[in-house]
Design a protein around this ligand. Structure first.
Ligand code: ASP
Length: 326
């Protein structure tokens, strides 16, 4: 048995480990852990307390994958519900579909009696209001929200502050492997933007015969490289979990243009091994690990690999953080 999650999952990993130790299914253990992260207002990139999009609305993405049946459930651009991971789980359990977005996801959430609630917390509301007043021209504020937004999303909050996700991978006592993700995506994203978190194969993938992978960071990169599916496929083709993750890093070197930044690739294999690499990461990038017999989860540094084509940080980022009181 093993569970890993990214640093954002700190408040949920002990619950996931305890659930696995009781003999629960991997997906149940993952859902229990992620729900705690979604409920925490301290985690500003997942669930309640997450950053809003350009319109000032918190749009959530989440997914689960059962590596034994290869069934998945995802929701994208979901507003107004507190636990998108559980709604994603019910997509898997109840529907013949794998992914619901926007109004359809809301409709399904209401139909199953999912817990509704306000997601935009005061810190995020005032940061967004401040952004609107300082970064959007008076003429556009007067016409808001009927203004072109393509430029605005290019200049929005620095993604390294306004972005993250939680990802959990686990193998249960029966050997079932699962993956789960949940995020508010990028702060100040273009409305309707989906990251990699609800895209199975990009933000996560699980196959109990080989292992599982999940990514955090610039979702646009893992979508383009098909990272999570690639890592599991590389293991199927005979690579170790370390080799598979390193091969996926090589895939990312081939990305040209578009947004290039940090991506952290988390992977486990079916023999109890794991590997976490932060592409373009920083020394503070850590992940959490729990294994059968561990009294408590432990935090470990990610391996850091720099790839080319990393843009310099925006010079104005710090001014924006100050304005937003971050
Ligand atoms: N991967 C997430 C997304 O692209 C964000 C993150 O993990 O930083 O929405």
């Amino acid at each position: 048995m093993i569970a890993i999650c990214n640093n954002e999952g700190a408040c949920g990993i002990a619950a996931t480990g305890a659930s696995l130790a009781r003999g629960d299914l991997a997906l149940d253990a993952i859902e229990a852990g992620i729900r705690l992260v979604e409920a925490s207002e301290e985690v500003r990139t997942v669930g309640r307390g997450g950053w809003p999009n350009l319109l000032g609305e918190v749009e959530l993405d989440a997914s689960v994958m059962d590596g034994t049946t290869l069934r998945t459930g995802s929701v994208g651009s979901l507003t107004g519900y507190l636990h998108p991971v559980s709604i994603a789980r019910q997509v898997l359990e109840r529907l013949p579909h794998e992914l619901l977005v926007g109004e359809g996801a809301r409709r399904f959430a209401a139909e199953i009696g999912a817990e509704a609630g306000e997601l935009l917390m005061p810190h995020a509301r005032s940061a967004w209001q401040r952004w609107l007043e300082t970064e959007v021209s008076a003429a556009e504020q007067a016409r808001w929200p009927d203004v072109p937004m393509a430029e605005l999303c290019q200049q929005a909050i620095d993604p390294e502050t306004g972005r993250d996700t939680t990802v959990f991978l686990a193998q249960d006592v029966e050997g079932h492997i699962g993956a789960g993700t949940s995020t508010s995506g990028w702060g100040w994203k273009y409305p309707g933007r989906l990251g990699d978190s609800p895209i199975i194969g990009a933000g996560s993938y699980a196959d109990s015969r080989y292992g599982a992978c999940a990514c955090t960071g610039v979702g646009e990169m893992s979508i383009r490289a098909g990272t999570s599916r690639a890592v599991v496929l590389y293991m199927k083709m005979g690579m170790s979990v370390e080799e598979a993750v390193h091969e996926a890093v090589e895939d990312m070197r081939a990305l040209k243009g578009g947004l290039i930044g940090r991506v952290t690739i988390h992977a486990i294999d079916r023999q109890g091994g794991h590997k976490v690499v932060a592409v373009n990461g920083l020394p503070e990038n850590h992940y959490w690990l729990w294994r059968a017999g561990d009294a408590a989860p432990s935090s470990h540094p990610c391996e850091i690999i720099a790839i080319s084509d990393v843009p310099a940080p925006k010079p104005t980022a710090h001014r924006r953080y100050e304005q937003m009181g971050l």
